[in-house]
Design a binder for this molecule. Sequence first.
Ligand code: 2BA
Length: 108
Amino acid sequence: MKLLVTVVQDQDVQKLLERLTEEGFSATKLASTGGFLKVGNTTVIVGVDDDKVEDVLTFTRETCEKRDQYSPTPVSPFGRSGILSRPQKVAVGGATVFILDVERFERI
Ligand code: 2BA
């Protein structure tokens, strides 16, 4: 069994959860915040059998979009805010997925 820990943009989470539920997967949604942009995102955790990992990755690819965002805090090329600072454009998503081995799973 694997645990997929997936960071997605808030705009995509509803589509992803609907798709996972339709396909019979259980998922848990956690509010989270990106360390770089310091804006809200969502972390979705899904426990699945090994042979279902690729299915979940496919649903994630199909529902989570890549978008450009600007860092809210100006970032200077010299590493701190200042007169030369300007907002930085970064490409966010579709999703960041960590795939972990699950040693044991119990539903009690
Ligand atoms: P944030 O940390 O807010 O990062 C948002 C986007 O900013 C990232 O998109 C990436 O394009 C850029 N970025 C992040 N750190 C950067 C840095 N040190 N220098 C320059 N640009 C940087 P994604 O890669 O799609 O990541 C989206 C969100 O996924 C992240 O939000 C974070 O919450 C999570 N994430 C990504 N990689 C992670 C990792 N290795 N460990 C833990 N969480 C991660």
